[in-house]
Design a protein. Structure first.
Length: 99
């Protein structure tokens, strides 16, 4: 697992996808929309850059899953939507980039 720090991802994904995130949002897309609506463009750009680094590390899906939970505090499981961690993180990155 990586020992790199991803402070923006930890703040954004960890805060919105906390252990009880499903009590606040019906699906991940609504939580992501809440992030986009509340975070500054600078913060989203920094998070997108951190996603580039994270995705560029060449981690396995199991390692990415551990990073999501253990490092970022993100309790969304992409497998629940038929996706892999890397696919979902690429989608998140794309959404952050579109602004």
């Amino acid at each position: 697992m990586t020992h790199q720090k991803f402070p923006e991802l930890e703040q954004l994904l960890g805060c919105y996808f906390h252990q009880d995130w499903t009590e606040e949002f019906d699906e991940d897309t609504l939580a992501l929309q809440a992030i986009i609506e509340s975070a500054s463009q600078d913060r989203l750009a920094a998070a997108a850059a951190e996603l580039d680094v994270l995705l560029g590390l060449g981690l396995s899906e199991a390692e990415l899953s551990l990073v999501l939970v253990d490092q970022l505090g993100c309790y969304f499981d992409p497998k629940a939507k038929g996706s892999t961690c890397s696919q979902w993180l690429k989608q998140v990155r794309h959404k952050f980039e579109l602004l």
